[in-house]
Design a protein around this ligand. Structure first.
Ligand SMILES: [Zn+2]
Length: 379
């Protein structure tokens, strides 16, 4: 294992930040996997999971069982880690810009399409190597184009540089109150069905483009766009599997979950040939993929307090009463429901709600009217 600290651009004179990066296996020895946790800095289930995964990786490394390259950024957001207000960590948005830490990553697709136009061949493996070389060049170029660099942009580009040529990109997040679920490109499905089954995902959401460039799509989207443009002329595999894994809710920081989750990720790496050993039989899948455009986001009809009648992870019917919002001053009490049958896979973690505030999400099997363009929640 090799540990590096990468200094980030200073946010201001008199202060500094750095990213810790640990590497297992050997560069270029086989497939590359990239893991990061806490890009939303108040989401800690991924941090404890990587803590346990790294214990397994160290053991495998000592026995020379790592046949690929595995890069781990155990906590990906030193900016967000320092944002505390009123005794609460605020890690989803950068406080200075108001920007979501998991949006606004570079879309390298347009430049990539041009850059590889005269280089692609009839050999799929050769094309993957050519495309990855261009992706490395283009991400370095985006850094030059971003001057003067802020610490937030530097963080985004540094993380993207570490993952840009990986075969597997695993961005570990969590929801507020939720069962295990994941987001992934529909071009990675059903290839990623083994990952979904191995980690016990109860809701696997697929979309081609989900909007506002989240981290994982920096790595999947270039392949999607290239395949669309060149599919009749050149063989281009969907060479990168990039996913956002939501490790339940933000308070689900427990060893029993994290040890099992780490073990499952380790087995996935074994199954995909990055680590020697038998991962055993694949567990039965708990869900099939459903479209992100089939998610009904249920919002509060007015302000007040929310009282839920269903737990996160339950299957619900369209029109079923999921709970109510109560304005105790006026006595207004309004029940709410979903437009679709499906699994209620996400529930807000607070109970004091503003008008139009987010309440919960239900994942249905069919796209819903009006669900296009921006498919993720908020900025
Ligand atoms: Zn998150």
């Amino acid at each position: 294992m090799q540990e590096d600290r990468i200094n980030l651009v200073r946010p201001q004179m008199g202060t500094s930040r750095a990213l810790t990066v640990r590497r297992y296996g050997k560069v270029g020895s086989g497939p590359k996997a990239y893991f990061q946790a806490a890009l939303h800095a108040d989401e800690l289930p991924g941090v404890i999971t990587l803590h346990h995964l790294e214990a397994l990786l160290k053991e495998a490394d000592a026995k020379s069982e790592i046949t690929g390259e595995i890069v781990v950024v155990p906590f990906a957001n030193p900016i967000g880690f320092t944002q505390y207000v009123d005794m609460k960590p605020l890690g989803r948005f950068e406080m200075r810009s108001g920007q979501n830490f998991n949006r606004h990553y570079p879309d390298l697709s347009p430049a990539l399409i041009e850059a590889v136009a005269s280089k692609l061949t009839q050999d799929a493996d050769q094309n993957v190597a050519i495309i990855r070389a261009e992706l490395r060049r283009l991400i370095a170029k985006s850094r030059k184009d971003s001057a003067p660099l802020t610490d937030l942009v530097d963080l985004r580009l540094t993380l993207a540089e570490l993952a840009i040529d990986a075969d597997y990109v695993m961005d570990l997040h969590c929801d507020w109150e939720a069962p295990m679920h994941l987001y992934i490109s529909d071009h990675n499905w059903p290839d990623a069905a083994d990952l979904s089954a191995q980690i016990g995902s109860e809701c696997s959401l697929i979309a081609e483009i989900s909007g506002d460039n989240p981290f994982d799509e920096t790595f999947s989207r270039p392949w999607v766009e290239l395949r669309r443009v060149y599919r009749d002329k050149f063989p281009i595999p969907m060479a990168t599997l990039a996913t956002t894994i939501e490790l339940r809710g933000d308070r689900d920081v427990y060893d029993d979950y994290a040890i099992k989750d780490a073990d499952n990720l380790f087995k996935f790496l074994q199954r995909r040939g990055l680590i020697k050993g038998d991962p055993g039989a694949l567990p039965d899948a708990k869900c099939d993929a459903t479209p992100l455009s089939g998610v009904d986001r249920v919002m509060a009809p007015h302000g007040g307090m929310v009282v839920f009648h269903v737990e996160a992870g339950e299957k619900v019917e369209a029109g079923q009463e999921l709970g109510y919002v109560l304005d105790c001053e006026t006595g207004q009490k309004t029940t709410f429901s979903s437009r679709t049958n499906g699994v209620l896979y996400s529930r807000i973690g607070i109970r004091l709600i503003v008008p139009g505030g987010y309440l919960c999400s239900v994942a249905g099997a069919e796209p819903l009217p009006g669900r296009e363009g921006q498919l993720l929640l908020s900025k």
